[in-house]
Design a protein around this ligand. Structure first.
Ligand code: IPE
Ligand code: IPE
Ligand code: MG
Length: 251
């Protein structure tokens, strides 16, 4: 099977992808942006399948940011339509593959019909143990942190906790990603070197990969190649290698 060259012991638990480049993909072909998003949703399908087959535990796809609401109305509504189609059409496929769906973001800001479809798919896939698929929708890291801070502030006001009792774990537990591992790696397609308001707290020690490929062209093989590179990275988390002597002098 493709991907056999990967070390199963060193697979990332949580992979996050900033799926960028649909508009540029369409522009290159003299198509409209919506056609780029349509093609992009096919890439979503193939990467979800690949991640599941490769044994990734959690896949987070950044599909729509809080800032993306400011795009032209027509583009936003086309994206919502695609999203609705995806949520409905993939329901059985996700179930068959053992994938559990989760939404990260301001779910309440999504149109009611999308919320309904999302709830239905989440409910249907709730017991699946194979992989967690997080769709980041109307997601923004700053909004997420703001919401978490507000929740903590309310708990302090109510006397449930003291300010000095706030820990890093507690902050993590007041984000959309509560109880989830931080992403081991973040992939961004289409050559842009920025987070664009994605998981700023959670990305503290994520390995970052930028692929020049535009999202609609991103394939399973591109994914495997990046995973191979991930396995070559030395994740130090600020520490020194065990081979260095205890007094810190180089050996
Ligand atoms: C990513 O592609 C999809 C979304 C942000 C919804 P873009 O639409 O940002 O494509 P580019 O960056 O304009 O090429
Ligand atoms: C980031 O892409 C958001 C998603 C992929 C959903 P954008 O295209 O919105 O980001 P910028 O504008 O290039 O920073
Ligand atoms: Mg973009």
């Amino acid at each position: 099977m493709q991907g056999a060259s990967l070390d199963p012991e060193k697979l990332p638990v949580h992979v996050a992808i900033i799926m960028d480049g649909n508009g540029r993909w369409a522009k290159k072909r003299l198509m409209n942006r919506v056609q780029g998003h349509e093609k992009g949703s096919q890439a979503v399908r193939s990467i979800v399948t690949a991640a599941r087959e490769l044994g990734i535990g959690m896949l987070t796809l950044y599909a729509f940011s809080t800032e993306n609401w400011a795009r032209p109305k027509l583009e936003v509504s086309a994206l919502m339509k695609l999203l609705k189609r995806f949520l409905a059409s993939e329901r059985d496929e996700l179930t068959a593959k053992g994938v559990r769906l989760n939404i990260l973001g301001q779910k309440e800001k999504l149109p009611a019909d999308i919320q309904e479809e999302a709830d239905k798919t989440m409910e249907m896939t709730r017991g699946n143990q194979g992989m967690v698929l997080n769709l980041a929708l109307s997601y923004g890291s700053r909004q997420e942190i703001t919401w978490g801070v507000q929740t903590l502030a309310r708990k302090i006001k109510a006397g449930d906790i003291q300010p000095h009792e706030i820990t890093e774990e507690m902050i993590s537990d007041h984000l959309y990603t509560r109880q989830m591992p931080d992403p081991d790696m973040i992939i961004r397609t289409s050559g842009e070197f920025r987070l664009s308001n994605f998981m700023m707290w959670q990305a503290a020690y994520s390995e970052f990969f930028v692929a020049d490929t535009l999202w609609p062209d991103f394939t399973r093989d591109d994914f495997i190649e990046i995973l191979r590179n991930y396995q070559k990275r030395d994740r130090r988390f600020g520490k020194v290698k065990c081979s260095t002597s205890n007094d810190g002098s180089p050996q």
